[in-house]
Design a protein around this ligand. Structure first.
Ligand code: NAP
Length: 489
């Protein structure tokens, strides 16, 4: 028998940008009957979890923050992890969210009870929260993905994933291997290269990289952001439209990516002199097919004398070494996996049971999908933030989160107006939305660019990205169409 721990009207899962953003808007509307369940002992989501050296945002901070909580004091154009995490904690305190937070509350099950029309949210330590609505803000990038390499378990040195950085291990003077060359790796490789005696980077596919236009804001600029009315907002708007312009190539035609490619090719030529290394780091797929990375210190790190870039693959891991595809054995003291995250699994592995006992895995037999990435048919009053197809390759996801939070607030207002119990998106509406999405996505660079990325599922279907401009998503999620939903009274 389960014992109910609490009966908040709304349960929010996760305290990253999504969970906090939802909580702030609920409070602003005068609604205080909610809890935020957080699996860790502190808030912050990905910005609490990723503490690898060099971790920073690759979206300008004035845009990668809440539009209603501008921060004039960002130290740099691209703030480091610690500053973003501090911003989130400060924002939570300002809005008095701590009293709603329940820490060490890892959600292991979310079940809808047909008779009472309530959701039962259970945590690993046996607590059960019974609510009218559940908002999931669990994020997509937190289940580490490890490669399967023969002999991995036999390795006797230190091995860890970039998102589980082992700070107790001093890399100074060590022989270190990094597997993976994605967004995380290109940030920590330069830091590791400075300390390690030898660094061997194993690259499967080279990423396209452009210079990172990062700089410190002078004190005067920060003072101006604070004092001149509208300046911080105008600066943010400028960044928004500059980033949005990048979406042209993504959303209209991959051929428009050519300019981006020229910038990236020049970056290689400027930063790497060795023709062999240039060849190794130059991708053979259309830029944008994988996330375009920003870094001004990654190529110089690869060009250092104590760094080697191996592009022959990894065939075996032994007690003290890694064997590459050419049979060369590289002796190492530590292996760092910069191999990314299990993206679609983050949602799909949850134990979520909706109406009539239907499991979410059954609803998603053919792949994960939702109406505007938010509502899933058969799961009334369950709202996903940053759900399927609402990630971005070109702008700040905090913008998308704000659109979704506003949409959820509209749903809650509709429920209250209708004096109804729950909203269940109609299968037809969800199917129509996703059909249109697929028709657009199939012709875009992520599918046609000649690469394989985590944006696509095992059937090659893009389940992660929004195909258009973000202002289109903003416009389309401004109003909830009641006819798209079954209103359960
Ligand atoms: P990622 O972009 O998925 O990169 C993983 C890397 O590991 C890729 O180079 C991949 O190679 C390689 N890899 C994966 N499995 C492998 C295997 N079995 N053998 C060899 N290599 C393997 O992961 P990430 O760098 O952690 O970044 C994930 C996402 O987090 C990013 O796309 C971004 O959205 C987000 N992120 C954002 C920031 C930020 O500043 N905002 C910073 C870091 C991360 P292939 O390319 O060949 O698959």
């Amino acid at each position: 028998m389960t014992v109910t721990t609490a009966t908040p009207a709304i349960t929010i899962i996760g305290s990253g940008f999504s969970g906090l953003g939802m909580a702030i808007k609920l409070k602003e509307a005068g609604f205080h009957d909610f809890v935020i369940l957080e699996k860790a002992p502190d808030l912050g989501g990905t910005w609490r979890e990723n503490v690898y050296p060099g971790c920073a945002c690759d979206v300008p901070s004035h845009m990668y923050s809440f539009s209603y909580e501008l921060n004039p004091d960002w130290s740099r154009m691209f703030a480091p992890q610690r500053e973003i995490w501090d911003y989130m904690r400060r924002t939570a305190d300002k809005h008095d969210l701590r009293r709603h937070l329940r820490y060490d509350a890892e959600v292991v099950g979310i079940e809808y009870e047909d008779e009472t029309r309530k959701w039962h949210v259970s945590t690993r330590d046996g607590r059960v929260f019974v609510s009218n609505a559940v908002v999931s803000g669990i994020g997509a990038l937190h289940v580490p993905s490890y490669p399967t390499i023969p002999g991995m378990e036999s390795f006797r040195g230190r091995a860890f994933h970039s998102s589980r950085w082992d700070h107790s291990f001093d890399l100074t003077g060590k022989r270190v291997a990094v597997i993976g060359t994605g967004a995380s790796a290109i940030q920590f490789v330069p830091r590791v290269a400075e300390r390690a005696a030898r660094l061997t980077v194993f690259q499967r596919t080279p990423p396209w990289i452009q210079p990172k236009p990062d700089f410190r804001f002078p004190r005067a600029a920060r003072a101006a952001f604070r004092r001149v009315p509208g300046l911080a907002r105008a600066f943010r708007n400028g960044i928004y439209w500059t980033l949005e312009a990048r979406a042209l190539g993504f959303t209209i035609d991959p051929r428009l990516m050519k300019v981006q490619e020229i910038v990236a090719r020049r970056h290689i030529e400027r930063q790497i002199k060795d023709p062999e290394l240039r060849r190794k780091v130059t991708p053979d797929y259309t830029i944008g097919c994988k996330r375009i990375l920003l870094s001004s210190d990654y190529y110089p790190a690869l060009a250092r004398d104590n760094v080697e870039l191996v592009t022959d693959g990894v065939t075996e891991i032994r007690e003290h070494s890694i064997v590459d595809g050419q049979g060369r054995e590289h002796e190492v003291d530590a292996i760092i996996y910069g191999t990314g995250f299990k993206v679609t699994d983050a949602l799909n592995e949850q134990r979520i049971v909706g109406r009539n006992g239907v499991k979410i895995q059954d609803a998603w037999r053919d792949g994960i999908e939702a109406h505007y990435g938010i509502s899933v048919s058969g799961f009334p009053n369950l709202f996903l933030l940053l759900g399927p197809n609402t990630g971005l390759g070109h702008n700040s996801v905090v913008f998308m989160i704000e659109c979704q939070v506003r949409y959820v607030m509209e749903c809650l207002r509709l429920l209250s107006r209708e004096k109804a119990h729950a909203l269940d998106v109609r299968q037809g509406a969800q199917d129509r939305f996703n059909r249109r999405l697929r028709e657009r996505l199939d012709h875009l660079v992520w599918n046609e660019g000649g690469c394989r990325s985590w944006y696509l599922d095992e059937n090659g279907v893009n389940r992660t990205l929004w195909p258009g401009f973000t202002f289109e998503y903003w416009a389309r999620t401004r109003k909830v169409k009641p006819r798209a939903y079954e209103i359960i009274r």
